[in-house]
Design a protein around this ligand. Structure first.
Ligand SMILES: [Zn+2]
Length: 331
């Protein structure tokens, strides 16, 4: 079980010269950074080359596959394509001022760090979750991963030529974090919230946000550091956190989680008069069936709204007409 997300606080300013053109407009010049081929210590980092290949890997086949699906079956629209736009690779704009524009971090259960990747002159593109997912599946085997736009990532992986077989083989399951899902789409949540997926536990899968709220303290030392020194500071911080924060509090966190989960589940069942856990599943099925009928506005309601709007238009038109008549009379 893992969760991943990006954070743009740990960006690094590019060290570049300044050039002024004939119109007096200043632009960025060539890089002034010293050549440095030192390698990042430890194994927290996924190398840039390993990530970049996912920018092109299988993209042509993937686009064909999406096109075929669009022509063939009508996909259920859950709103994710409209509301969740941060995976648009094509329209991504360059971040001229920065070389590294943040990090993409993967945490496992209890918030131990699995991997970190630099966002390089880009925002959060699909290549980052794809690269980290492939790495986790190869390294750990079966995995369920929570992501803010997990539903969209899941659809992409399902048809991705370079990843779909691996994902199927490792029984990969994508989930959506509880905070993001509740603001996103309830119907999607009934399929992708951890609460409703058997065997994965009850974590909210929102570990990255509190993690970033602490790691943001690193910004003062990494914003203007060299590439190597930034890549040295970040894993050093991650190792420190894993060893002295996460591991140190592991026992107490686990005991608290078990106690609160067990008590909440038992108390809720008693208060609601629920006889067996199977009842929860029947509630989920009936809620899903009900919400599925609401994907489109009911026709009667649409007609009522249109009729109301026509009445408003009529009233406005009559008001304008009456004003003209009054005006004519006055002159
Ligand atoms: Zn969704």
């Amino acid at each position: 079980m893992a969760t991943f997300d990006s954070n743009s606080s740990l960006l690094r300013s590019a060290c570049r010269g300044r050039e002024v053109d004939e119109d007096g407009v200043a632009t960025q010049g060539a890089s002034k950074e010293r050549f440095d081929n030192r390698i990042t210590p430890g194994d927290y980092y996924l190398p840039w080359e390993g990530v970049d290949k996912w920018e092109k890997e299988g993209v042509v086949d993937l686009m064909k596959s999406f096109a075929a699906r669009t022509e063939g079956e009508e996909e259920q629209e859950d709103g994710s394509s409209e509301r969740w736009q941060n995976m648009e690779d094509v329209t991504s704009r360059a971040y001229g001022m920065y070389d590294e524009t943040g990090v993409f971090l993967a945490l496992r259960r209890h918030n131990f760090v699995l991997k970190v990747v630099d966002l390089v002159r880009s925002r959060e593109l699909s290549k980052y979750p794809l690269a980290v997912t492939a790495h986790i599946l190869n390294a750990l085997g079966e995995a369920a991963i929570g992501y803010d736009i997990g539903c969209k990532l899941g659809k992409m992986i399902k048809v991705h030529p370079a990843l779909k077989d691996l994902a199927q083989d490792k029984k990969f399951r994508v989930l959506v974090g509880s905070f993001h899902e509740h603001g996103h789409n309830r119907l999607c949540g009934l399929d992708n919230l951890m609460t409703y997926v058997e065997g994965v536990g009850l974590e909210p899968l929102e570990g990255c946000e509190p993690f970033f709220s602490k790691s943001n303290a690193l910004v003062s030392t990494t914003r203007y550091a060299s590439r190597f020194h930034r890549q040295q500071a970040i894993p050093t911080y991650l190792q420190h956190t894993d060893t002295l924060d996460t591991y140190y509090s592991l026992s107490s966190t686990t005991v608290l989680e078990i106690k609160s989960t067990f008590n909440a589940s038992r108390d809720s069942m008693r208060e609601l008069g629920v006889q067996s856990r199977a009842e929860f599943e029947s509630w989920r099925a009936s809620e899903k069936a009900h919400l599925s009928t609401l994907l489109k506005e009911p026709e009667e309601e649409t007609l009522e709204m249109e009729y109301f709007q026509e009445l408003v238009n009529l009233q406005d038109a009559e008001y304008v007409r009456a004003s003209f008549i009054e005006g004519d009379t006055a002159y």
